[in-house]
Design a protein around this ligand. Structure first.
Ligand code: HEM
Length: 465
């Protein structure tokens, strides 16, 4: 009663047969045109409320921060991660303690021996060498930025970086990217909708198999750390966590080794497939919008002058480049349906009643393209982030990291990576759509993260080098 309206569900399947499961974003948009900013759909027998547009998103995730801060339980993602980690923990003290611990630890890495900025720039130098070898030719960037993003988080978590050719690096990237497509793709939906099929040897089993490999990967790192860890002298995230376990003693706290392994995988996963897909989108648009690329390069040259390296502190002096990076994030729409939330108590939203434990789907995509919020909602145009004076401005509807208490924990790291990587590469190289590249296809492949279709990246050394 007074539940948000929506299309009529059919028994067993709910509304999933009415959605294009390969990519439901357009269907969700059409439903919003019909039923409004807050509407319901059924995933099997489970009701879900879809939030669309800035107003609904803010009223739910910010104004009623606690009421909408839960996470669904009983889905494939929960079974794969065995109810541990941080991303899928329900709202409560274990989630809060772990979130706080990681935010503080990640911040402290900026103060340690090697700052976050130095770690990122060190990794960017490997990207630069790769592109130097490709200069005058074209290269396939499909997993290149995944390697960069994965290595940056690996150095933070484990103090380890892998060569681009390393089999372990390639394996974990393959597992992460495969799982990102299975989880909310058709097979994930089937798993979540039809519990009777869960034990059968269907393609969703791959997700569980991949996770076993990933668990071994993180478990091996933890085992090595346990042998070499010196309490009170942390080298990386794992050491900090081991210190925390010791500090808490046997206080029945949730800080323990198996929680650590899933926490590491959450961070590895969240940091790899997001930043890398955003970078893939960046280069797709920069190649096909050479005017934007040149304007960034001019600004970067002027601001950096003779400086050896870019620094994150340079960004206020680069309003156009900042606007370009934000515009890339807007069109990349990297996590289009966010991570699903749930309500933690009975509540109301925009006049509707929503009971406790209702699945909430924050359609971030609908805000990043909302026609009333953007000057050029359907184009790639950095002017979306510039005022009449050419200064950088960030509209409220810019929420690729979501909003509220569950918002992305890696925003600071991701923003630093995007800035340092794009500025360093644009300073040194020109990126050109290759003559044999065919017609650019901007339609992304759907999953937890959106991925641009494979393309080739034409690389030239810039004239001023
Ligand atoms: C461009 C890059 C990134 C984008 C677009 C992005 C986006 C998001 C989004 C939309 C959410 C869901 C928030 C919600 O449920 O309301 C999220 C959660 C999360 N992100 Fe990111 N993310 C990015 C990079 C990173 C990085 C680098 C890290 C690692 C340090 C990270 C760690 C996390 C974690 C741990 C959560 C779960 C937070 C929680 O449940 O409390 N993300 N991210």
């Amino acid at each position: 009663k007074n539940f948000p309206p929506g299309p009529r569900p059919v028994p067993i399947f709910g509304n999933i047969l009415q959605l294009n499961l390969e990519n439901p974003i357009n269907d969700l948009k059409k439903l919003s045109e019909r039923y409004g900013q807050v509407y319901s759909i059924y995933i099997g027998s489970r009701p879900a409320v879809v939030l669309n547009g800035l107003q609904a998103m803010k009223e739910a995730l910010v104004t009623q921060a606690v009421e909408f801060a839960g996470r669904p339980q009983g889905l494939m993602v929960n079974h794969v991660t065995e109810g541990k980690g941080v991303v899928l923990l329900n709202h409560g003290p274990i989630w809060r303690d772990h979130r706080r611990f990681a935010l503080m630890t990640l911040r402290n890495f900026g103060l340690g021996k090697q700052s976050m900025e130095e770690r990122i720039l060190a990794e960017v130098s490997h990207l630069t060498s790769h592109f130097e070898k490709s200069a005058g030719k074209s290269t396939d960037p499909q997993t290149l930025f995944h390697k960069t993003a994965s290595n940056i988080i690996c150095t933070v978590l484990f103090g380890t970086r892998y060569e681009h050719e390393d089999e372990t690096l390639q394996l974990i990237i393959r597992m992460i990217t495969e799982n990102a497509k299975i989880v909310n793709g058709p097979w994930g939906m089937i798993y979540d909708t039809l519990p009777l099929l869960r034990g059968l040897p269907l393609p969703f089993q791959k997700n569980f198999k991949n996770f076993e490999t990933l668990k071994k990967f993180a478990g091996d790192h933890v085992a090595q750390h346990e042998k070499s860890w010196v309490p009170g002298e942390p080298r990386d995230f794992v050491d900090c966590y081991l210190d925390e376990v010791e500090k808490r003693g046997d206080d029945d706290s949730s800080f323990n080794k198996s929680q650590l392994i899933f926490y590491l995988l959450d961070l590895q996963f969240a940091a790899t497939d997001t930043t890398s897909n955003t970078l893939l989108t960046a280069f797709l648009y920069l190649m096909t919008h050479p005017d934007v690329q040149e304007r960034c390069q001019k600004e970067i040259d002027e601001v950096l002058g003779e400086k050896a390296q870019a620094s994150f502190e340079d960004r206020p002096r680069m309003p156009y480049t900042q606007a370009m990076i934000h515009e890339v994030q807007r069109v990349a729409n990297t996590v289009p349906l966010s991570v699903f939330h749930t309500t933690t108590k009975d509540t109301q939203l925009m006049g509707y009643d929503i009971p406790k434990d209702t699945l909430i789907i924050p359609n971030l995509s609908s805000v990043l393209n909302e026609e009333s919020q953007w000057k050029f909602p359907h184009d790639f145009n950095p002017s979306n982030f510039l005022n009449d004076e050419g200064e950088f401005v960030k509209p409220e509807a810019f929420m690729p990291f979501s909003v509220g208490p569950r918002m992305c924990m890696g925003e600071g790291l991701a923003r630093m990576e995007l800035f340092l990587i794009l500025v360093t590469l644009l300073r040194r190289f020109q990126f050109i759509w290759p003559e044999d590249g065919g017609v650019p296809d901007y339609t992304p492949v759907f999953g937890i993260t959106l991925t641009p279709k494979p393309y080739k990246l034409g690389v030239r050394l810039r004239g001023n080098q």
